[in-house]
Write a protein that binds this ligand. Structure first.
Ligand code: AMP
Ligand code: MG
Length: 303
């Protein structure tokens, strides 16, 4: 590996680390400032964008090896309040990767068919294959977030009444932890991102959407009403992170009031994850080398 690349990797690792929660027990959401930019002022923005571009190129190289090696899968989960920048972060950070090796899935309110299954079912179908990166834009975590904030959604899940107890959230956290451990043990590395936007910044972004005809499609009156449940959501997020942040499947709680900063942290965290896989191109054996030499001879002899 080139010296520059090694330096970039080290910077990425150091940059992502403060936002990584791998043991949720003492996690307090209050302590995280959505406006945090690690001391960088807006003057640093151009340099951050440059670093992001370098990171994006590095990600493309790593993905190429991931694909060639065909052993690991990488699952990236994005959760956030509306307008926190999930779509933009996914679009920018993954802009350099080969679409053949990457799949984005967005999970909306479940269909009738999906409600006839356990809540992990629809996501399990979308877990990335070996060699691939899978991105979840929302995920089974909605089943301990929006469903917890709006209990009527739980009613729709058609569970036998005796299973609808006060312990249901604890039980879901336990099951999610087990599921993610299972994935890890099967070579699917899991990394989770909570893009933490402030209530104030969300309001501003909603207003921007309302003022920009090209963004109207992204907005509904329900989004504005949902703000009324802000506290409930923050409590649900905190509880979720406390119970599901693990070494195997850490949460990155990413300050999201400044999009340029969010994207750099996300890219850095993905680089860190992929570097930890010790990726390399598969080595070919003697026989294969002989076959390649033979192929070269044949090609050169042809007109
Ligand atoms: P968006 O991606 O912002 O267009 O919206 C998708 C909507 O689907 C969000 O309001 C989510 O809260 C909702 N959603 C996603 N998963 C679930 C779920 N399991 N149960 C209920 N609503 C969900
Ligand atoms: Mg929406």
């Amino acid at each position: 590996m080139k010296k520059d690349t090694i330096a970039l990797i080290k910077r990425a690792q150091a940059f992502a680390k403060p936002y990584c929660v791998s043991n949720g027990k003492k996690f307090r959401l209050k302590k995280i400032d959505p406006g945090d930019t690690a001391g960088l002022t807006s003057e640093a923005k151009p340099r951050a964008k440059e670093a992001l571009q370098m990171g994006i190129s590095l990600l493309a190289e790593l993905q190429d090896m991931l694909y060639a090696q065909d052993r690991w899968g990488l699952l990236l989960i994005f959760q956030a309040m509306d307008a926190a920048g999930k779509d933009g972060a996914i679009k920018h950070v993954m802009s350099g990767v080969n679409p053949q090796g990457c799949e984005v899935n967005s999970f909306k309110a479940p269909s009738t068919n999906e409600l006839d299954h356990d809540y992990l079912w629809r996501t399990h179908l979308r877990i990335p294959e070996r060699g691939r990166i899978g991105i979840f834009n929302r995920s089974y975590y909605e089943d301990v977030l929006v469903v917890r904030v709006h209990p009527e959604l739980l009613e729709k899940q058609k569970l036998p009444s005796r299973l609808m107890t006060k312990r249901i959230w604890e039980e879901r956290f336990e099951d999610i932890q087990s599921f993610e451990r299972y994935l890890s043990r099967n070579g699917v590395m899991v990394r989770k991102f909570f893009l933490h936007v402030s209530e104030k910044e969300q309001k501003q972004r909603f207003l921007d959407r309302l003022n920009d005809p090209e963004k109207h499609w992204k907005f509904s009156a329900a989004d504005a009403r949902e703000r009324g449940f802000w506290k409930d959501y923050m409590n649900a997020y905190e509880d979720m992170i406390q119970h599901t942040a693990t070494e195997d499947a850490p949460w990155y709680v990413v300050p999201a009031d400044n999009k340029w900063f969010t994207r750099v942290v996300v890219a850095a965290a993905i680089i860190d994850a992929m570097v930890s896989m010790d990726l390399s191109y598969p080595e070919v054996g003697k026989e294969k080398l002989a076959e390649l030499a033979e192929a070269k001879k044949i090609l050169l002899a042809q007109k």
